[in-house]
Design a protein around this ligand. Structure first.
Ligand code: ADP
Length: 457
């Protein structure tokens, strides 16, 4: 169901319920209080009759004469003895004598009916001329009140219908006022070409605060998507560019082998070695690309563990020492700190920095682990070629390499530090770098020890 129709239906329904309840209250309270007033009047009349009968008795006038005098314009006065027999009956209409109440010495009032006619009645005990206690019953025709109720009922029914109709129509107008701009905005957002080009939409002066906020959120989302798309495209372009060189080498060697492979055995060896080297490079590059995409979308909060840093760094260093055939010196300040982290991410980080230290230096590599009250510091130091100060900020960018010419020789992809930065950000790790050209480079990982101990243990 459309929002506008929903608002219209719900508000109309709610107002209809309220109007009906109020009208019922008006109708029944009016009926109740008007009948109460009539019954009160009748009771007063009864009291008057009783005192007049007593006065008349002193002047030797019979009670019946008094009753005749008090006869109603449209009603019935009856006097009933204890046995239920009527002593006096004075009715303005003969049919009224059928109205009967049981003998009672209690004083009460009531509403009763005879056929289609409605009456209010009052019953009171009266001491009659002969000293007996009779029941004086007075009935008054209140049909005129019931026709008023009928008129009131129709007025209320018609006014309820009119109010509901008016509310329904007014609601349409109001919801159109609210929904109109939203619909306009949906049309603006639905512009397929605009969405494809990540176009932002403009706000109108007349837009409400909420619509302006919605437009802003939509525009923010578009800008984020645009940046993401540009990022993706740049990554694909850079990755294709990286793959192009080994592919060119492979294809030119393949062509050469095609032409001279059968005749020149010296070219055969060179060709096969080159193709095999470049294939390995392509394999390494694609692995790096995959690793980068994987790391970017991984959720670092998963599989976190409470791990002993020194033990893990020692482990990784031992494995790489063998692979690199280079000494890696791990030292500590005597502490054995634990951190709460995703072990795989942590290992990958250490490997990236050790790998770079190996690639960009010739001498042994040092790793130092220390801590203060809140943080653990892991320094990875090499005595290699170093990084120029001006480029220290850029080395974490994707595909950035300081010495492009040497890059192929060292065999990197320019993605290692970008992967490290993503991993560090996701795990809340800070990376610092200090470097001096031809002296060496130190990368420091700063890890917060603030952990939830309950979770960690
Ligand atoms: P690569 O795969 O090329 O090593 P990285 O992203 O790991 O890519 O590093 C980016 C660039 O930063 C490298 O190309 C290199 O120029 C420089 N670099 C990184 N680590 C070191 C280091 N320990 N010593 C000197 N230069 C480094």
């Amino acid at each position: 169901m459309k929002l506008g129709t929903k608002i219209q239906l719900y508000t109309t329904l709610m107002i209809a319920i309220v109007v009906i309840l109020i009208n019922l209250l008006i109708y029944f309270s009016y009926k109740h209080y008007s009948l109460e007033a009539e019954m009160g009047q009748l009771e007063n009349r009864g009291n008057n009759i009783i005192s007049e009968v007593q006065n008349a008795r002193e002047s030797n006038i019979s009670g019946e004469t008094v009753l005749q005098y008090f006869s109603l314009s449209d009603g019935y006065i009856a006097l009933q003895d204890e046995a239920g027999d009527y002593i006096v009956r004075i009715a303005t209409d003969q049919s009224y004598v059928e109205l009967s109440e049981d003998y009672s010495t209690k004083q009460y009032t009531d509403v009763t009916s005879l056929g289609e006619q409605h009456f209010v009645m009052s019953s009171q005990p009266i001491i009659w001329d002969n000293g007996e206690v009779y029941s004086l019953q007075i009935f008054e025709n209140v049909e005129f009140l019931y026709s008023t109720y009928n008129i009131l009922k129709w007025i209320l029914v018609i006014s309820t219908v009119v109010i509901i109709l008016l509310v329904f129509i007014l609601n349409r107008v109001i919801t159109n006022l609210i929904i109109g701009p939203i619909k306009q905005m949906i049309r603006r957002m639905n512009d397929k070409e605009g969405v494809r080009q990540f176009k932002t939409i403009s706000t109108n002066e007349s837009d409400t605060e909420e619509l302006k906020m919605l437009t802003d959120s939509y525009n923010d989302m578009m800008l984020t998507l645009k940046a993401h798309d540009e990022n993706q495209q740049a990554f694909i372009m850079n990755a294709s560019h990286e793959l192009k060189t080994p592919l060119t080498v492979i294809s030119s060697y393949a062509k050469m082998l095609e032409r001279f492979g059968q005749t020149r055995s010296d070219l055969l060896d060179e060709g096969i070695t080159a193709i095999s080297d470049e294939t390995l490079r392509m394999k390494y590059l694609t692995e790096q690309f995959l690793s980068f995409t994987q790391v970017s979308k991984e959720d670092a909060s998963e599989n976190k563990e409470y791990i002993p840093v020194v033990h893990l760094v020692n482990d990784v260093s031992k494995r790489l020492e063998k692979a690199f055939n280079r000494h890696i010196e791990v030292s500590t300040d005597g502490t054995n700190p634990h951190i709460y982290i995703n072990t795989q991410s942590f290992e990958q980080l250490i490997k990236i920095f050790l790998d770079n230290a190996y690639k960009y230096s010739q001498e042994s590599i040092e790793v130092n682990i220390s801590k203060d009250a809140e943080k653990v510091f892991i320094e990875i130091r090499d005595r290699g070629i170093g990084i120029p100060q001006a480029e220290l900020n850029q080395i974490f960018e994707r595909f950035y390499r300081v010495d492009k010419a040497r890059a192929r020789k060292t065999g990197g992809s320019g993605l290692g530090l970008a992967i490290a930065k993503t991993l560090a950000d996701k795990n809340g790790i800070e990376i610092k770098v200090d470097s001096e050209l031809n002296k060496g480079t130190t990368f420091t990982l700063i890890i917060d020890m603030e952990v939830d101990h309950d979770e960690a243990e």
